[in-house]
Structures are given as structure tokens and as C-alpha cells.
Design a protein around this ligand. Sequence first.
Ligand code: GLU
Length: 423
Amino acid sequence: MRETVNELDNPTFRLAVAQFDQAAERMNLDPNLRERLKMPERSLIVSIPIRMDDGTVKLFTGYRVQHDSSRGPSKGGIRYHPDVNLGEVAALAMWMTWKCALAGLPYGGAKGGVRVAPDQLSRGELQRLTRRYAAEIFPMIGPDKDVPAPDVGTDAQVMAWIMDTYSQQVGFAVPGVVTGKPLSIGGSLGREEATGRGVVNVTLEAMRHLGVDLQKATVAVQGFGNVGSNTARIMQEAGVRVIAVSDKSGGLYNPRGLDIPEVLARYRVDGRHSLRDTKLGDWITNEELLELECTVLVPAALSEQITHKNADKVKCRILAEGANGPTTLEADQILTDKGIFIIPDILANSGGVIVSYFEWVQDAQRFFWKAKDIQDRLHEIITTAFHRTLQFSMAKRVTMRMAALMNGIDKVAQAHLARGLYP
Ligand code: GLU
């Protein structure tokens, strides 16, 4: 037994551990396993020296953390963000473990990140940073070991550079070393929109369960990156009115409903990426968006957005967590007391890793599926996980978050107990 190691200690890691502790307590988890599962299996910190376009050399810090690999290769995204740190990456890796187990995917959890503002780099600098980071974490990754994917600040192009760097080192093409790749090198149809589609799938199930009228429902989405923008688009396609969206500068609000395809078309013009420039609604702040009267609120940006400071002012009926860890422990209790139905992150945003799994399977088989197959199988897996969690939460009288965590943790615990302790 040992104390939590200090270098991981930050608010996000504390949140992940506190959630785990609550679930472990409730499940009466074996005390040895409890200590073990709190800490990541393996963590790597790397220095990444990059030649900048002006000729100077700049040093960046990168991480890769594998939380657990008892059920299969570890799986999880790579984040490029100026606030990335070891504790955050370790927390995100732990959430990936529960997420994969809950969905029934044969994976453990991992996460990576580089402390950098990617929008401040040229394309050349970004490529050199990615390749050097990939070379530094090379010993840890591989299609049977640990499989990265996109996360905040990374995309299919970044995955392509990682796939190429890895393949150059081993001497042949290894598509299965990352997921979320471009289609041309073994990516999967439907991967890019998968997290958003999954958020919509489970939200519609929650609405049905609560007897919410789709025609009258409204949705507000915080964050307009991959998850937020696809959630907003697919919600509207499903016939739900999207009244607000936001990016880091602020949000657009229109109580009659925003035209999301139009917002997307204007947002992407010459890479400017500003919602304000679209002029398609009233301008609101991110704080105001979280406090809007709406049926569904989807935080799809960063962690710890709903805290004890604003939880009381949140007025949605359903909170669908598109982001990882958007709700603090105190806020979770406040929202639960208010009767808000929470679809926790490890369930709500699992569509991304579910389709990553499809991509990895297709790469291994060298046999690719149709878009419809991907959508149908995603729907099947994520709605099954939703209903299993819902049944469990009602039967055991615990929140949806607790039910999801207990389910995921139990599968991992069983794997550890079956395998035993080495040596
Ligand atoms: N970054 C995504 C997540 O947090 C996807 C991970 C993956 O596909 O491996 O779930």
C-alpha cells in the first residue's frame, strides 16, 4: 500500500480518484485491487525538441500514461493543449479504462498529451512536433500494446503522421497503431463523427426513458470542436432544436433554433474558426450557455466546467457529458439533488472509442465496412450500454454515473482476479 504519488496530484486526477473511491466503496472492491487501480500501470514523460520555422529550437513536454491493460491493449487519445500535465493525462487514462470496459471493448485505458497550443504552430512545426513525440513514445505503443487516437487539439492528420513515424521505424505500414486516421491509410468511415453520434444515440434513449417530447426539446452545446459540432449537427438531423452552441470565445444563442449546417459552413471559412463571425444568433458567454433553460445540456469542451459555483444555476433536464470530466464531484451532487438526469462521460462520449475499435478490427482484418454497418453497430453497442447502466442504476438505487463506474470497474476487477498477481 502507498499514498497517491504527488506528481499525479492535480484537480482532474483527484476528481477521477474520488469518483473511483466512491464506486469502489459502494461495490466493496477488494482492497488490494483498490490500491492498484487508483494508480496507472505505466507513465512516460518525454522531452520534445523542435526546430521552429525561425531557426530556433524549442522544447516541449509530452506524456503517455497507460492506466490498465488487463483486458487488452490500452486505448486512448492524444491531447495537444497548453494546460496538459501528468495528472490530467493520468485521470483521462483512468476514465478510458472504465469507458472501454463499460462498452465491452477488449481494451484497457491510456491517454497521451503534449503541453502545447497547436494553433500557434505552423503546419511544419506541428508535423515535426508530432513525429518527434511519436518517436519518443514508440517503445510504448503498437497495435497489440497501446493504440492512440485523436482528442482535444489533434485530428486525423496528426494520427497519419504518428502512423507514418511508427511505420518508418518498423519498416512496413502498420495502420492499426492508431485510430482516427484518414480513410486513405486505413481509417474508418464514421469515425470522425462517432463521438457526437454516440452522444445523440444515448440522449435520445434518455429522452424516451423520461418521456420527453422530441418536438418540444431544446439542446445547448458547449464546445464546437469535433464532439460539439457533430453533436449539434446530428441532434438537428434527429429533429431536436439546437438553441445554443459555443467555442472558447463565447456562444451563439437563438431560442427558435440555430441552423447548424449554416453555422458550420460559416465557421470553417478560411480557417478563421470563430462563431462570433457567423452572426447567426445572439452572442452569449460560455457561462451563460451553461445556465440556459434547455432540455439537454451537452458540455463538450474541457473538464471541470460545471462546479459548485454554477451547478445551482444549471437548468437542463438531461446533462449529456460529451467532454471527459466536465462535472466536479460537488457539482455532481448538486445536479443530482436537483433531479437532473446525468448521462456520465464514460457512457455518453464512448461512441468515439467504440468506432475506434471498429477501425482497429477493420485494420487487423484488412476488410472494411460500409458506413451503415458502422452506424448500426455503434447504435447497438452504445444503447445496450445505456440500458444496462439504467437498469443497474434503478435496481441498486445509484446514480447513472455510479452505475456506469461500478459496471466498468467490476469488469476490470474480474480480469485482474482471473489473471492473478505476477510474479
Ligand atoms: N479521445 C477519445 C476519448 O476520450 C477517443 C479515444 C479513442 O478513440 O481511443 O474517448
